[in-house]
Design a protein around this ligand. Structure first.
Ligand SMILES: [Ca+2]
Length: 386
């Protein structure tokens, strides 16, 4: 079904992003809307002391400590973008602050004091090791940066913190998603699958010649919220192909069906709903030449960062979140650090890509758009690389 409305590549991306924003936002929290741990593996910094990243590593046994005997000292986390906050949980060691302020900022320069703490604030929650926990309500704030400024200490040592956990509702951000691995049903010579994800528009994957039933599979390295896949076809392209998505590399859902294609170059496959997936597969069903399938590059974009943060919420109350779409894998999960089998069951359970109604997207002479079921495929002509 061909449409013929003028629509630029940028406008397409903008419109799709707008359409998807609400959906993506709803997925930025847990299944029940609980705030997620925004600070997991966030960028942390401090006025002094080594190992500042230990407050955001999710390991309750590691800690940061400042230089001894010096006031004031500060430690902050950078959440990467401004998010709506919910609460901050500070796990202090015995050597803790007896007085400090918790401050928030959008830009890292202008700070707002969200809480002024006293020694009575934290509760003793562990004795071996000693852990004093302060849970601070910051639900009235949004911020990118959160810091603690300590002005007095309980001991002659420094400020010592096991965890600096910031919870909130992540704001989705459209971003490029990186593939970490590529495999295929076949390849020819040095034109291996990795050449389709090497970022080099002059290198390509090529399947064996003369066989329609071939595929290229790419791996994001973790579950992400994918909104768009771009396949840059060489002249030896598929006339017919499916784009499929998978959370586990075993169960696949078809998210796009391209048929009767004849224009090489970038095929922009823009999903009408965010698709929670780790793997994307381009499955050929028919070729335009007597050669094989040949792809210069496959790229993807979406809201992976938000998803990754959701997956990272391994501490605290993320039990319910584990069953949420896209909330079941760690951000850097690789085959060697894949979720446990129980979590994989959860990961496979959610439906992929709740597809919406078809819409009449269109084309100029340079961009033709095809509505394939509920999924949009834009074929952007680019100069031949011949
Ligand atoms: Ca390439």
């Amino acid at each position: 079904m061909l449409a013929s409305v003028v629509l630029s590549r940028v406008l397409l991306a903008t419109l799709v992003a707008l359409v998807l924003l609400a959906l993506a936002t709803s997925r930025a929290t847990g299944a029940d809307g609980d705030p997620v741990l925004l600070s997991f593996e966030a960028l942390a910094s401090a006025s002094s002391g080594a190992g500042v990243d230990r407050v955001v590593d999710g390991d309750p046994g590691t800690r940061w400590e400042s230089d001894w005997g010096v006031d004031p000292q500060w430690i902050q986390v950078d959440l990467g973008a401004v998010h709506a906050l919910d609460r901050v949980v500070l796990d202090w060691e015995l050597a803790r602050a007896s007085a400090y302020t918790l401050e928030v900022s959008d830009d890292g320069d202008a700070w707002t004091v969200a809480h002024t703490a006293t020694e009575a604030d934290p509760q003793l929650v562990g004795s071996s090791p000693t852990v004093y926990r302060a849970t601070i309500d910051v639900a009235s704030h949004s911020a990118r940066y959160v810091r603690v400024v300590g002005t007095a200490r309980t001991t002659g040592y420094g400020y010592s913190l096991y965890a600096f956990d910031v919870y909130g509702t992540a704001t989705p951000e459209w971003e490029d998603l990186a593939f970490v691995d590529a495999t295929a049903s076949s390849s020819r010579g040095s034109n291996d699958p990795a050449r389709a994800i090497d970022g080099d528009g002059a290198t390509r994957w090529e399947s064996v010649h003369g066989d329609d039933a071939q595929y290229l599979q790419v791996d994001l390295g973790g579950v992400a919220t994918v909104c768009e896949v771009v396949i840059d076809w060489e002249a030896a392209m598929a006339s017919d192909y499916d784009v499929e998505a998978s959370l586990d590399g075993a169960a696949w859902t078809t998210v796009a069906e391209a048929r009767s294609q004849s224009i090489a170059g970038e095929h922009i496959v823009a999903f009408t709903a965010p698709t929670t997936a780790r793997y994307i597969r381009v499955t050929g069903l028919g070729r335009t030449t007597s050669y094989g399938y040949s792809i210069w590059e496959v790229t993807a974009s979406g809201y992976g960062f938000v998803a990754a943060q959701t997956f990272g919420a391994d501490s605290g109350d993320d039990t319910d979140d584990a069953a949420a779409p896209g909330a079941s894998s760690s951000p850097d999960s690789t085959p060697s650090s894949a979720p446990s089998s129980g979590e994989q069951d959860d990961a496979a359970a959610p439906e992929l890509a709740a597809t919406g109604p078809s819409e009449a997207w269109g084309a100029t002479s340079a961009v033709s758009l095809i509505v394939c079921g509920a999924v949009l495929i834009a074929v952007a002509r680019r100069p031949s690389r011949a």
